[in-house]
Design a protein around this ligand. Structure first.
Ligand SMILES: Cc1cc2nc3c(=O)[nH]c(=O)nc-3n(C[C@H](O)[C@H](O)[C@H](O)COP(=O)(O)OP(=O)(O)OC[C@H]3O[C@@H](n4cnc5c(N)ncnc54)[C@H](O)[C@@H]3O)c2cc1C
Length: 506
């Protein structure tokens, strides 16, 4: 039997960010990770010289958000981002020629309103103006009429100007995004656009998503002064790598290929974890698994209050995703760093899974063009791009689904086959393997009114001492999208253990 100080189960963004702060704070940190690699959903792989993220990632605030807080507190300048990818973002409309700039970042749109007198900065001003008017051109060419345009700008203004008080009221009212938009307009086109934006953020239907949480996160995303970002090195993997280096620098350890099978509890206190039939004792255990898996699988119902166990069993994840990783001999996308592929008939994507018919209709794709962001991510002359779309975690027949989406991608990019060297497809079951989250969700907790605000699950489990949860499924005070939410929860748990925060706040 060996005695450890802090054990963390899982080297996802939540576990690593928490581990880095605790190691920096003097704790002896050991992380057990079941995979041979670290990073969970936020990891990448290299094949034939092409780098792909295992999921599909862009980062909305880079060092302006929780990553910046974390590395500043660690005193390290080891994580860097390529910025302003929003200014290189376009939409591609089904069966239409060309790309339309689609930068909805408020900071760069504000730049479009600067007076013309500053002639020297004419070039970027011209570019931004082009962006602003092209968004409208793009929307028009998708069929947006005058009245829709008016209602759209009303909804966007309401989004951007919502005060903290307004958001608090929306949390209390528990409105969904659909209900909130309906207070302004029932226009299906606007509901469709918002559904698409929401798909990229929360990966659930607007009929389910919390309006308050959506507005909270959307404002953050749109107001990010340095726009969408991406690590300068190693794709998405650059983020967990920098965190892992910090952990090692401060004396911590990460053991890969080490699956934790059980968390041991004695009385009401955590004792340690079982790894390969061996008990590893610890004073504190932190789980980066979902709350549901931690409570019901690693601890077991016997240690939980009955009503708590019932509530945890009902927690819902977001939808899953199917991603196409394309290794291209030659580029299919010249200048853009990120492409949104839209269908003009866009509606709520979640209505597009007719389970009885057994196949999906496509609902468009999100596509970071990795090698246009960082040229090291494909061999010279080649291109690496990922197209991701949302799917339920259980499809009736993935071959059919693949056919529908593959054909759809070819409609967006008719010359795809000529340029293709190889492609990989990631299905929900592959994502489940990467993260250990059984449904392979994009986000471990669907951000619905019942699972956000005062209803958001806590990072502590009632009745069990010195056991904490980090990641995208728990943390009362943690907000944000995906990895940033996970990092935020990791920081908050570390702050409680380090004595900087009250346990009731997480
Ligand atoms: C398709 C897709 C697209 C996404 N797009 C974005 C995006 O653009 N921007 C963004 O910010 N976020 C995005 N996300 C979400 C983001 O990746 C996740 O929210 C975030 O990475 C989750 O972090 P986590 O800390 O909860 O841990 P996870 O990534 O879930 O990691 C958990 C870790 O625990 C390990 N583990 C599990 N069980 C055990 C065990 N028993 N023993 C030991 N180790 C174990 C796993 O192997 C894994 O490494 C996307 C996710 C997906 C799937």
């Amino acid at each position: 039997m060996t005695k450890e100080d802090v054990i963390i189960i899982g080297a996802g963004i939540g576990g690593l960010s928490c581990g880095a702060l605790l190691a920096h704070g003097g704790h002896k940190v050991t992380i057990f990770e079941k995979n041979p690699y670290i990073g969970g959903a936020c990891s990448s792989y290299i094949k034939d010289g092409y780098t792909f993220d295992r999921a599909v990632h862009l980062f909305t605030s880079g060092l302006n958000g929780p990553y910046g807080d974390l590395f500043e507190r660690l005193g390290l300048d080891t994580l860097h981002f390529i910025k302003h990818i929003n200014e290189r973002t376009a939409m591609k409309i089904y069966k239409r020629e060309g790309f339309f700039p689609f930068d909805i970042n408020v900071y760069s749109l504000l730049k479009t309103m600067k007076p013309t007198s500053k002639k020297k900065s004419g070039e970027s001003k011209g570019k931004s103006n082009r962006a602003g008017s092209s968004i409208m051109k793009g929307l028009k060419s998708m069929g947006m009429g005058k009245n829709t345009m008016k209602d759209f700008s009303r909804v966007m203004t309401s989004l951007m100007t919502a005060t903290k008080r307004k958001i608090r009221i929306l949390y209390e009212e528990g409105l969904t995004v659909t209900e909130w938009i309906n207070t302004m307009t029932e226009d299906p086109f606007i509901h469709g656009i918002l559904a698409f934006l929401l798909a990229g953020m929360f990966s659930i239907s607007p009929k389910k998503a919390s309006a308050a949480e959506f507005i909270y996160c959307f404002k953050d995303e749109m107001m990010a002064t340095e726009g969408y970002q991406y690590p300068v090195k190693n794709g998405a993997q650059g983020i967990p790598n920098a965190m892992a280096d910090a952990i090692k620098k401060f004396g911590g350890e990460i053991r890969t290929d080490s699956k934790v099978d059980q968390i041991l509890i004695k009385g009401d206190k955590v004792q340690g974890v079982m790894v390969n039939d061996k008990l590893i004792e610890a004073s504190i255990v932190i789980s980066n698994l979902t709350l549901r898996m931690t409570a019901l699988n690693l601890i077991g119902k016997d240690y939980l209050e009955k009503s708590y166990a019932q509530r945890v069993a009902k927690l819902e994840p977001s939808l899953s995703s199917m991603t196409f990783k394309l290794a291209l001999k030659e580029p299919i996308i010249k200048d853009w760093g990120f492409i949104n592929c839209y269908h003009p008939t866009l509606t709520d994507f979640a209505d597009k899974y007719p389970p009885d018919e057994g196949y999906p209709y496509s609902n468009g794709f999100f596509g970071p063009v990795l090698s246009n962001i960082d040229s090291n991510l494909a061999p010279p002359g080649g291109q690496s791009v990922i197209f991701g779309t949302l799917v339920p975690s259980k499809g009736p027949d993935w071959e059919k689904w693949k056919r529908v989406y593959w054909e759809d991608l070819h409609s967006f990019f008719p010359n795809l086959n000529e340029k293709l060297k190889f492609y990989d497809i990631t299905y929900p079951k592959d994502l489940a393997k990467v993260t250990g989250k059984p449904a392979g969700p994009v986000e471990g907790l669907a951000l619905t009114p019942k699972q956000t605000g005062k209803n958001k699950p806590s990072s502590i489990i009632p009745g069990i001492e010195d056991l904490f949860l980090v990641g995208d499924t728990a943390g009362k005070g943690a907000h944000g999208i995906g990895t940033q939410l996970a990092c935020n929860s990791g920081i908050q748990v570390a702050d409680v253990i380090l004595g900087f925060k009250d346990i009731n706040e997480i």
